[in-house]
Design a protein around this ligand. Structure first.
Ligand code: RUQ
Ligand code: CUA
Ligand code: CA
Length: 650
């Protein structure tokens, strides 16, 4: 091949390695090899494009994105925030949009020496410790980030994220963009989907988030104390409700099958979760044996009434009330806690349209998206709809490997197609008309190639009543040839797409450190952060310069000190070998961004103190000597001189 392409500086550009075709073939072959052939064979046609306009190359028919059209020039701010999960890195990230610039990485389930997360006493307390004071968990796996709602849109108070790995839910307070609470959910494994409610199901005065719902993907022995380990037929999964304020677990529901993603209605009455393993299978082939799985709806008001009425049980040591949401226990729609709506084979993703009318569940192993009407689910619970399947109002064929759906607020849905490496745009009302029998309508209105294998896709304000239909992001699982290679592990790609017109337009590719999953796009004006903290919010603050001191109680030494550029309040700290030392530092600087660091040589201590904040560390003075304490965060012309001595006497 004769590739002579160069960039504007004349530097040769690496040739296109033709990965698109290669990937498509291998992805499908791999799935077939894994026994998924039967799932894919369920497609009416091998070419989903048969029901759609011919597969468009990116930008085909669309006005090309002009150079600089979406640039955020130096000195200019982005118009949206993206709050993103980070996968098995265990953190949450903030990007600017449309620039794609990384604004912040918020440590949550992981350690972060930059801020001292997992190092300071305050962060350890949030993360949870073992009796010996060490962290209970140091790993996590965040997949989904969702914000608190007031009146159907983001109120910039909280974000929540899941830890699929260790079954925990974390909250981030958005004024500081820091994790302030983590709760371990009892008796769950594979905690995957998470979604806050949007109002109270009963009290109409409560028009904001008070509950967060958590779906568990894996079933497990109940309780998991060594019993039933060899008998997976007895295992089951729990759907969990966590209190948004206290972060206590309120209640759980036992379900048939498993759960995956979660969505909630705008009226506060329903939570939904897609199930790919209604078979309760514990082997891959079993999980794919049924032609249909389900989207299960929880009637929140009834669940809570049942718990009030004492119709609950507990599992093992957990005090959380559990109600029975299985099919067998919920035969009468008028009293049922749950409604299982059948959807085609191994669905993935459930998303609510911004008008609140439709839940969309994708097929994953079926080339379809299933549209379930909120109103009809309510009708079923009222005893006015015979079959839960009758709540389905459309099931368009949209392409191979559909996963997640986003909305533009103009009646269009955008679904990621993992196998086709595309985002497909389809019209919900057209899909409903087609389902009703109108053969002349074509629900699919556009497709765009993404690179490659998209997982989540999400739109600006798309999960609120204020969906504005401006931007769509595709979070792609494989970047392959899209960036300079950096060894065996490629970066991930996030691709930003303009959805304002009839045709989608790819704006740019961005790299992402592996591996982000889901995110939300929030208008910048909605987000209100505080740049300088209030010293009174920190109960252990060293409030006056005169309070700088060392106190000894037996072999426990407490050091209280201040920082103010370019000085620490104590030039020297003296302790004895073997002491247990607690150092508390309050930053008295008030200027925005005047953060100090606090590192102690050879003692593995490192954290920062933002203006007016207080943090502390506790450790054993286990080696005698003189060790420099120095400021790790550039703060002042005399930053390098900002030092103190930690003396450990023999
Ligand atoms: S799931 S690729 Cu962890 Cu959000 Cu769908
Ligand atoms: Cu204080 Cu650098
Ligand atoms: Ca299944």
């Amino acid at each position: 091949m004769d590739h002579k392409e160069t960039d504007i500086s004349g530097t040769p550009v690496l040739p296109d390695q033709g990965r698109r075709n290669f990937l498509e073939t291998t992805a499908k072959a791999t799935l077939a090899g894994a026994g998924l052939a039967m799932g894919l064979a369920a497609c009416k046609s091998d070419k989903p494009a048969a029901t759609a306009p011919a597969k468009a190359a990116e930008g085909d028919g669309a006005r090309a994105v002009a150079p600089g059209e979406f640039d955020v020039h130096p000195g200019k701010l982005d118009s949206y925030y993206i709050f993103s999960s980070a996968g098995h890195n265990g953190e949450v990230r903030i990007y600017g949009l449309p620039s794609g610039r990384t604004l912040k990485r918020i440590p949550v389930f992981n350690l972060d020496p930059m801020v001292g997360w997992g190092i300071t006493n305050e962060s350890k307390k949030i993360m949870g410790t073992k009796p010996d004071g060490t962290l209970k968990y140091t790993t996590g796996d965040t997949h989904h980030v969702h914000g608190s709602y007031t009146d159907g849109t983001y109120d910039s108070k909280y974000l929540w994220t899941n830890d699929k790995l260790n079954g925990r839910i974390a909250r981030i307070r958005m004024d500081r963009m820091e994790c302030d609470a983590i709760t371990e959910i009892p008796n769950v494994q594979g905690f995957h989907g998470i979604f806050p409610d949007k109002r109270d199901p009963v009290d109409s005065n409560i028009n904001h988030t008070t509950r967060v719902f958590c779906g568990a993907e894996f079933h497990s022995p109940q309780p998991n104390d060594g019993r039933d380990v060899n008998d997976p037929t007895k295992w089951f999964a729990l759907f969990t409700c966590v209190d948004a304020e206290s972060m206590d677990v309120r209640w759980q529901v036992k379900v048939d099958g498993n759960m995956d993603l979660v969505a909630t209605s705008y009226d506060g009455k329903l939570a939904a979760t897609n199930q790919y393993n209604t078979e309760n299978g514990y082997l891959l082939a079993d999980m794919m044996s049924a032609e249909r799985d389900a989207c299960v709806f929880f009637n929140i008001e009834r669940v809570e009434a049942a718990i009030k009425a004492g119709k609950s049980f507990t599992i093992g040591d957990s005090k959380v009330p559990v109600v029975d949401g299985t099919h067998a226990a919920n035969q009468d729609p008028k009293t049922a806690l749950t409604c299982y709506v059948p959807v085609p084979k191994n669905p993935h993703g459930v998303n609510l349209s911004p008008d609140g009318k439709y839940f969309v569940c994708s097929g994953k192993l079926s080339p379809t998206a299933t549209v379930i009407a909120t109103e009809l689910v309510h009708k079923w619970f009222a005893g006015e709809l015979k079959d839960p399947r009758d709540a389905v109002v459309a099931e368009p064929e949209i392409g191979l490997g559909p996963l997640h759906t986003a909305f533009d607020g103009r009646g269009n849905a955008y679904t990621s197609l993992f196998l086709d490496s595309q985002i497909v745009k389809w019209n919900v009302e057209k899909a409903i008309a087609q389902y009703k029998g109108d053969k002349s309508v074509q629900p699919v209105v556009d497709r765009i190639d993404v690179h490659y294998q998209p997982g989540h896709t999400y739109a600006s304000m798309g999960e609120t009543k204020e969906a504005d239909g401006k931007f769509l992001n595709a979070g792609n699982k494989f970047s392959k040839d899209r960036f300079l290679p950096v060894g065996p592990l490629h970066v991930e790609t996030e691709q930003l797409i303009d959805i304002t017109g009839d045709k989608m337009r790819l704006i740019h590719d961005h790299t992402a450190y592996p591996e982000p999953h889901d995110a939300i796009i929030v208008r910048a004006d909605v987000v209100k952060t505080k740049q300088v903290s209030d010293m009174n919010d920190f109960p252990n603050a060293v409030k006056s310069m005169d309070d700088n001191r060392v106190e000894r109680h037996g072999n426990k030494v407490f050091v209280y000190m201040t920082s103010q550029a370019p000085n620490y309040g104590l030039a020297e700290i003296k302790v004895k070998h073997g002491d247990e030392v607690t150092i508390t530092v309050t930053n008295h600087d008030k200027v925005e961004d005047l953060t100090h660091g606090f590192g102690i040589e050879k003692y593995n201590v490192n954290f920062i103190i933002n203006p007016q904040e207080t943090h502390s560390v506790t450790f054993k003075a286990d080696k005698p000597g003189a060790f420099w304490i120095y400021c790790t965060h550039f703060c002042h012309a005399l930053h390098l001189e900002m030092r103190s001595r930690f003396i450990v006497e023999k």
